[in-house]
Design a protein around this ligand. Structure first.
Ligand SMILES: [Fe+2]
Ligand SMILES: [Fe+2]
Length: 230
C-alpha cells in the first residue's frame, strides 16, 4: 500500500501524543518522592523537637517494607507516605504543636485531627491516592487492636502501609528527646515495640522489625548524629 506523507505525519503526531499522555512512571515517582521530601521538611521545620523526623520515618518505613517483602512499588509508596505522614499538623495550632508537657483534653482533640487533615491536603494529588499514600497518611495513628484514631480501624482493615508507618513513627519518636523526657536508647525502644505487638502494632510488622533491627539501629544512629550536629 502506498503511504502518504500526510498519514505518516499524522501517525508521528499520534505516537508523540500517546507518549506524552503516558509519562514515564519512574520519572513521576521521582518527582513525587522529591515533593514528599520537601513537604516533610516543611512540617519538620515547624517543630524544633522533631528534627528530620519525617525523613527518618520514611527511611525506617522503607526498610520495614522491604523486610516484609512488600515489593518495589508498595515499598516506594510506603516510603513516600512516611515523608508525608504528619503533613496534617499544618492544620494544628502552633500553641498545641509546640506545647511542652501534657496536652489538655481539648488540645489533644485538636492534635488527633492531623491524620484526617493530612489525607485531605493530599487528596487532590490523584497520583498519591492511586498508590495508596492518602489512605496510609489518614490511618497512621490507627492501632492494630482498634484503639487508635481517627476511626478506630482494627487489624487488616488498616492499610498495610499505615501499619508499617505506625512502627517507624513510634521508633523515631522514642529515639528523639522531648522537652518532657530524654531520648530512649534503641534497646529500650526495641523492647517497647516488641511489647506492643498485637496491641498497638501489627505483629507481622514487628516480626519484620525484629529481623532487620541491626540495620535499623545503624540507620537511626546516623539520624541522631545529624541531630547532634544541627
Ligand atoms: Fe526519601
Ligand atoms: Fe502523626
Amino acid at each position: 500500500m502506498l503511504k502518504s506523507p500526510l498519514l505518516d505525519a499524522a501517525g508521528l503526531v499520534g505516537s508523540l501524543a500517546a507518549r506524552q499522555a503516558a509519562p514515564d512512571q519512574d520519572a513521576v515517582m521521582l518527582l513525587v518522592h522529591e515533593l514528599a521530601t520537601s513537604l516533610g521538611k516543611a512540617i519538620d521545620a515547624k517543630d524544633p523537637h522533631t528534627l528530620a523526623h519525617s525523613e527518618e520515618v520514611a527511611e525506617v518505613s522503607r526498610v520495614l517494607a522491604v523486610g516484609m517483602g512488600l515489593g518495589d512499588k508498595l515499598a516506594q509508596a510506603v516510603h513516600v507516605a512516611g515523608h508525608l505522614h504528619d503533613i496534617g499538623k499544618i492544620g494544628v495550632p502552633d500553641a498545641v504543636l509546640g506545647k511542652p508537657g501534657r496536652l489538655a483534653p481539648d488540645e489533644w482533640e485538636r492534635m488527633k485531627t492531623h491524620p484526617a487533615i493530612g489525607a485531605e491536603i493530599l487528596a487532590p494529588l490523584s497520583c498519591l491516592a492511586e498508590i495508596g499514600v492518602v489512605g496510609m497518611v489518614g490511618a497512621h495513628h490507627e492501632r492494630f487492636d482498634g484503639q487508635g484514631y481517627p476511626h478506630g480501624l482494627r487489624g487488616q482493615s488498616i492499610p498495610l502501609g499505615a501499619r508499617v508507618i505506625a512502627v517507624a513513627d513510634s521508633l523515631s519518636a522514642m529515639l528523639q528527646a522531648r522537652p518532657y523526657r530524654p531520648a530512649m536508647t534503641f534497646e529500650d525502644a526495641d523492647r517497647e515495640i516488641r511489647r506492643c505487638a498485637g496491641t498497638q502494632f501489627d505483629p507481622a510488622v514487628v516480626e519484620a522489625f525484629v529481623a532487620v533491627r541491626e540495620g535499623l539501629a545503624r540507620l537511626t544512629r546516623a539520624f541522631r548524629r545529624a541531630d547532634d550536629a544541627a
